[in-house]
Design a protein around this ligand. Structure first.
Ligand SMILES: Cc1cc2nc3c(=O)[nH]c(=O)nc-3n(C[C@H](O)[C@H](O)[C@H](O)COP(=O)(O)OP(=O)(O)OC[C@H]3O[C@@H](n4cnc5c(N)ncnc54)[C@H](O)[C@@H]3O)c2cc1C
Length: 388
């Protein structure tokens, strides 16, 4: 049986770089193709929960990510007035998994992953400004065609090209995307170090809205704010800031201060979509990974963590040997139940948290207080306390 010797990875995001790391560490010659002219991520923060850090540790990247980010020291749920409703027992989570949870600026995460790749893998090259168009398979080889006119061949091709993946489109055809009914604004701002609750991730429940602040280290705070609205509205940056200041003006004082401190031009907006879980991620020598395979809403902070888990599991599957079909089969069997559970749980959490029904909101706040009374909750253990 032929060993996998060469791989093409489409997309140089979180899934792409960690997949390259997982394959490169096994001695596979990996070429990463990214459509942008630099490796870049949007200016926002991210939580890599313990389960994601566990996967990063297996890939030899946990320490670098830890250094570039901030260990989460308090994860609290608050009401609009700033009253604490509950908290996640982070020490317990760390004991379960053996890794802390970390908040990090997305750019810093991508930079750390690129550095680990460069330092630890010799057979990996990154090709920028290369937009993938399609693939063609023939006799156990796959050829990738790019907008630039270049064509590259390898034993396998891994689609890490995100939500609007062209690799996915070719593997599966058109698949439905679901608009959640809410949008998410995000930003990052410098904030006086003395006023930053060190290692804080504080999530505030509102009426049809959620506001989260994340201390990402080095005097920086990242935040997110959700609101129920149709997709495609409030696209102007200045309008966004006015809208947010008005909508969140009555929240506990850190919220309007953070919004006020953020440059209008640094406020991002993403209408929140996911796709229903599907049970086919491969086509012979082609496989989907990360958001290309199982895009989820951000309610549980797990999209990137799932991509990290995918990369480590793919590394294990390749190490296990066998035909490409066997390898991809093993990967899918290990990942499908887990990722569909996370996608569905996240969708449900979003519907609940975005509710505007007063009775349901009272239940939500009471439930949060009751569930997190001892600091732990079975769902947190199952999702964030998971070891691949
Ligand atoms: C508001 C919000 C908050 C979130 N918070 C968290 C969180 O706290 N924790 C967490 O774990 N996850 C979080 N996520 C989810 C996380 O951002 C994604 O799951 C993750 O970025 C997916 O990584 P990816 O590499 O699969 O896809 P992407 O990040 O989309 O990367 C895809 C890459 O492929 C490139 N590409 C696309 N098409 C082509 C092509 N044709 N040719 C070449 N290159 C191409 C793109 O340029 C990009 O670089 C959040 C998401 C949102 C929207």
């Amino acid at each position: 049986m032929k060993r996998v010797e060469t791989a093409i990875v489409i997309g140089g995001g979180i899934a792409g770089l960690t997949t390259a790391l997982a394959l490169g560490r096994l001695g596979i010659d990996v070429k990463v193709f990214e459509q942008a002219d630099s490796l870049r991520e949007v200016g926002a923060g991210l939580t890599v929960w313990s389960n994601g850090m566990y996967a990063l540790d297996e890939l030899g990247a946990a320490q670098d990510v830890l250094k570039a980010g901030q260990v989460v020291e308090s994860f609290r749920f608050l009401d609009e007035a700033g009253q604490v409703l509950g908290a996640v027992d982070l020490a317990r989570l760390e004991r379960l998994v053996g890794q802390p949870s970390v908040t990090i600026h997305r750019r810093a995460l991508l930079h750390a992953l690129a550095q680990v790749l460069e330092r630890t893998v010799s057979g990996c090259s990154i090709h920028l400004a290369e937009k993938f168009l399609r693939y063609k398979q023939d006799g156990g080889h796959v050829a990738a065609y790019f907008e630039s006119g270049s064509v590259h061949e390898a034993d396998i091709l891994i689609g890490c090209d995100g939500f609007n993946s062209l690799v996915r489109k070719q593997v599966l055809g058109d698949t439905d995307r679901n608009y959640s009914g809410y949008t998410c604004f995000r930003g990052v701002t410098e904030f006086p170090e003395a006023e930053i609750p060190r290692g804080a991730v504080w999530h505030t429940n509102g009426v049809g809205t959620q506001f989260g602040l994340l201390h990402t280290g080095a005097g920086q705070m990242a935040w997110y704010a959700t609101a129920n609205m149709p997709s495609g509205v409030i696209e102007d940056a200045h309008e966004r800031k006015d809208y947010l200041l008005d909508r969140f003006g009555s929240f506990h004082e850190l919220v309007p201060r953070l919004l006020g401190a953020t440059e209008s031009s640094a406020i991002l907006k993403n209408d929140i979509y996911d796709r229903s879980p599907i049970y086919k991620w491969s086509d012979a020598s082609v496989l989907l990974v990360g958001d290309a395979a199982h895009p989820t809403t951000p309610n549980l902070g797990q999209g990137a963590c799932m991509a990290l888990e995918d990369a480590a599991v793919l590394g294990r599957a390749v190490k296990g040997g066998g035909s490409v079909e066997d390898i991809f089969d093993r990967f899918c069997k290990r990942r499908m139940r887990r990722t569909s559970f996370v996608t569905r749980s996240s969708r449900r959490a979003g519907a609940f948290n975005q509710s505007e029904n007063q009775w349901l909101l009272k239940c939500r706040d009471k439930l949060t207080a009751a569930l997190f009374k001892g600091g732990s909750m079975p769902t947190i253990d199952k999702i964030m306390g998971y070891k691949i």
